[in-house]
Design a protein around this ligand. Structure first.
Ligand code: PEP
Length: 249
């Protein structure tokens, strides 16, 4: 089996003011004191990307964004391009989070264009997929996720420019998590798709996301083909996020 460096990524969503940069500083201090066998990433709102990179420079925590436009520049008021994010020091960008697919009606095709824009700006794209509860109850979860992967992941994806995040929508922010067996089935399904489609698809990281916290991280991160986590609520406080990283210590 290939050796994959896990990635534990925090998604701050629309949370975080300048004063909250203190949490990023604290996380970095905790990691420096007690390193984890994983890459660690924080994705704050766009407003905090630049000051956060300044605080974290040269340390163990990378900075990423939560979305980008699919074009490099142009007449798109209020949007931010991948190139602009890279210019600020971001190294990753989340694309196709379920909240954007829902709030902004983003389609998988648009998500693929965003991922391509990320690649062209030398950012690593974290492409999110996941089913709703009614889709799971109907037995369609694997089919839905495979369809999202087919349309959201660009053909030029590699193990270094792309990370997949499987996030069952019903597990996001709810405190509910799937059974580890169900996570294993889905991650194997995703792995098979990636290995069939991409030369090094067996090395692409597949994150689990949805109500990950310190108390369940060990179990979830031990599931085969789970190569890290995408964490919302529990990434806002350094101590909570650091507790999740214990799964990799
Ligand atoms: C997320 O938004 O990507 C997420 C997984 O949120 P939470 O950890 O809060 O469920």
């Amino acid at each position: 089996l290939p050796i994959i460096t896990p990635l534990v990524a925090g998604n701050w969503k629309m949370h975080g003011l300048l004063k909250d940069l203190e949490e990023a500083r604290h996380l970095q201090a905790l990691l420096t004191e007690n390193p984890a066998q994983a890459e660690v990433l924080l994705c704050p709102p766009a407003t905090l990307i630049h000051p956060m990179t300044a605080i974290l420079r040269g340390g163990l925590v990378s900075v990423g964004a939560q979305d980008c436009h699919s074009l490099e520049k142009g007449a798109h008021t209020g949007d931010i391009s991948a190139k602009m994010l890279a210019d600020l020091g971001a190294r990753y960008v989340i694309v196709g989070h379920s909240e954007r697919r829902e709030d902004h009606n983003e389609t998988s095709e648009q998500v693929r264009e965003k991922a391509l824009a990320a690649h062209n700006a030398t950012l690593c794209a974290i492409i999110c997929v996941g089913e709703t509860l009614s889709q799971r109850d109907a037995g369609w979860a694997e089919k839905i996720v495979l369809d999202q992967l087919a349309h959201s992941v660009p053909d030029g994806a590699t193990a270094s420019n792309t990370v997949i995040a499987y996030e069952p929508i019903w597990a996001i922010g709810t405190g509910r998590i799937p059974k580890p067996e169900d996570v294993a089935v889905m991650h194997q399904t995703i792995r098979d798709h990636l290995a069939d489609r991409f030369a090094l698809g067996d090395q692409m990281r597949i994150l689990y996301g949805g109500s990950v916290k310190a108390s369940n991280a060990h179990i979830l991160m031990a599931v085969p083909n789970v190569n890290g986590a995408l964490v919302g609520g529990s990434s806002l406080k350094a101590l909570d996020f650091n507790g999740i990283l214990d799964a990799y210590r």
